[in-house]
Design a protein around this ligand. Structure first.
Ligand SMILES: CC(C)(COP(=O)(O)OP(=O)(O)OC[C@H]1O[C@@H](n2cnc3c(N)ncnc32)[C@H](O)[C@@H]1OP(=O)(O)O)[C@@H](O)C(=O)NCCC(=O)NCCS
Length: 186
């Protein structure tokens, strides 16, 4: 049996805290299995944030202050087929529906060895932020992701376990990523 600590919403909030990326953030504690995701955080995330292209949230372990995970969030819109709209009871004449996208998500290897469920915890945090936006700022019905099957072949399983489904309308010509959505209100 795994000795890793299982993270849920309650103990997650006790063991970790959320912090936005800033110019002064020390990033050296982060290391995940995919070098492109490390490079993005080290080299591109701050520039993307300054240019209002992607906003990056860090999850920090309270006892060590190390970066356990990060995600970059952006505004999105997805096209749904008539059948897909029916699934969500979205009876509107337009096909494009507003969404919020997890543009990047990664968990740090050393911390992943200690805890189970951090990826799921991050998805739940993104959902909470999307609901906050809906209450106070703007509407977005779906949380979306382009599941990066080029770098992580089985990652669709992670998103499926978290309630995401593939967008049939959006995946016609794709090979490197699979567009997926989760209804924020179901
Ligand atoms: C993908 C990632 C974010 C998942 O984080 P995590 O902390 O391991 O995820 P969780 O512990 O919350 O996993 C939830 C479930 O998904 C499963 N899962 C996680 N990653 C998986 C993968 N790559 N393939 C298949 N299943 C996976 C877990 O086994 C777990 O299943 P269980 O509930 O039946 O035990 C993390 O592995 C990571 O950072 N990978 C490198 C970067 C990456 O691929 N990012 C996503 C790009 S779209």
């Amino acid at each position: 049996m795994s000795s890793r600590i299982a993270i849920d919403y309650r103990n997650g909030n006790t063991l970790f805290y959320f912090d936005q990326l800033t110019p002064g953030t020390m990033l050296d504690s982060f290391s995940c299995s995919i070098s492109e995701y490390n490079d993005y955080l080290f080299k591109d995330a701050l520039r993307s944030q300054n240019d209002h292209i992607a906003l990056t949230w860090l999850l920090r372990e309270r006892t060590t202050d190390s970066i356990a995970a990060y995600m970059s969030l952006i505004a999105d819109a997805i096209k749904l087929s008539i059948t897909e709209k029916e699934v969500h009871a979205l009876n509107y004449p337009f096909r494009t529906i507003p969404a919020m996208k997890i543009a990047k998500l990664a968990v740090s290897n050393p911390v992943q060895g200690k805890y189970k469920g951090l990826g799921t915890y991050m998805v739940n945090k993104a959902l909470a932020l999307a609901r906050l936006c809906n209450r106070q700022l703007f509407a977005c019905r779906f949380l979306t992701v382009d599941a990066d099957v080029e770098h992580n072949e089985t990652v669709i399983e992670f998103y499926t376990k978290n309630g995401f489904v593939p967008n049939s309308e959006m995946n016609n010509k794709r090979t490197k990523t699979i567009s997926m959505r989760k209804d924020i209100y179901k």
